[in-house]
Design a protein around this ligand. Structure first.
Ligand code: SAM
Length: 327
């Protein structure tokens, strides 16, 4: 919750008077009235640097209006219906909105401007991984998770790689070459195998195939990234090819429940404390079977997936998590 960030009317008036008087040079040594919650009006009006007196007065006036407007907004929170307030707030902040990939928010998304993330995202998008879509917040969640565990023991694993969009972004973002780890990338590289899709998933539109053959392209994409191990074949059959005793980052994105749960069960005991699993499909309506399966998987191990507004979820392995058991 943001605090009520509105100064009292008395503080506003005092600040304005002070700003105007000081600008005319009539008051030099007077103590500066402040509102500790919000700073002074002059600071918000730009301190007058490079402005003439008229511009100063206009800036101070605008600032006062903005504060009165905020005050009205804060009062309205307690009177108007919450939905209306939310819509009004979103319209007010619409200029900086993030609107991609099923997610609309007016909250801060400055990570998109971080040059390192920018480069990482561009590398992930380059192989055509996401078609014309953009998935910046999702990619950032993976980059953040991998970056957070980069100094822990263990390798990185991704099950469901397709053309390597997320894994390429992650490998750049964490400077993978500097980590002395391996990044295991498991996929059929030709779409979903028919026999692992349940009847219910089929009814919901999850169908076999669905992705073009891309193995050669992935080999090419990761040629310059040392430590990457590309494993072609059906999960769970290929899981034993991952020669890692410990892992710290596991990204799961196969669009159907059976191989995803098999991978999570296989890697759980190898996941180090504080290691992170990113579930790409957890919150997507069509993928409800994956959510149900992972809620059960997590409950059995005494953890809870953190559902994210991107449609993803995070599972963080605590210090003393339950060992794998029957689900
Ligand atoms: C949504 S895509 C992965 C997208 C990818 N994470 C990215 O960064 O763009 C799903 C991938 O899962 C793979 N897949 C689905 N079921 C699989 C299985 N049982 N074994 C191996 N790969 C599988 C598909 O071939 C497809 O490439």
């Amino acid at each position: 919750m943001r605090p009520l960030d509105v100064p009292s009317e008395a503080a506003v008036v005092a600040n304005v008077a002070f700003a105007v008087r000081t600008e005319r040079g009539s008051v030099r040594a007077a103590p500066r009235p402040r509102d500790n919650r919000f700073g002074s009006i002059r600071r918000h009006a730009g301190e007058g640097a490079g402005k003439n007196l008229d511009e100063q007065h206009r800036a101070v006036g605008e600032c006062m209006l903005r504060k009165l407007f905020h005050r009205a907004g804060n009062r309205a929170r307690f009177v108007l219906p919450p939905t209306l307030m939310s819509v009004a707030y979103m319209l007010y902040r619409a200029g900086g909105a993030y609107f991609q990939d099923g997610l609309v928010t007016v909250h801060n998304s400055d990570f998109c401007k971080d040059p390192k993330f920018h480069e990482a995202y561009a590398l992930g998008k380059a192989p055509g991984s996401w078609g014309r879509q953009d998935v910046e917040w999702r990619a950032y969640v993976c980059c953040w998770a991998a970056w957070s565990v980069r100094e822990k023991d263990g390798d990185f694993v991704e099950c469901g790689v397709n053309r390597g969009g997320l894994s390429r972004a992650v490998s750049h973002y964490v400077d993978f070459a500097s980590l002395s780890k391996r990044f295991w990338l498991l996929d059929t590289y030709e779409g979903l195998p028919e026999h692992l899709i349940s009847e219910d998933e089929r009814r919901r539109g999850i169908l076999p195939g669905g992705y073009d053959a891309c193995y050669d392209q992935v080999v090419e994409t990761f040629r310059s990234v040392p430590g990457v191990q590309i494993i072609k074949g059906v999960v769970p059959d290929t899981l034993t090819q991952v020669k890692a005793e410990k892992i710290c980052y596991l990204s799961i994105d196969m669009n159907n429940a059976a191989p995803e749960i098999a991978a999570a069960e296989y890697f759980w005991d190898r996941l180090v404390s504080g290691g992170i699993i990113v579930l790409d499909d957890y919150g997507w309506a069509k993928q409800i079977n994956q959510k149900i399966a992972f809620d059960k998987f997590a409950a059995t191990r005494g953890v809870r997936p953190l559902s994210l507004p991107t449609g993803q979820a995070l599972i963080i392995k605590p210090q003393r998590a339950a060992k794998s058991g029957p689900t």
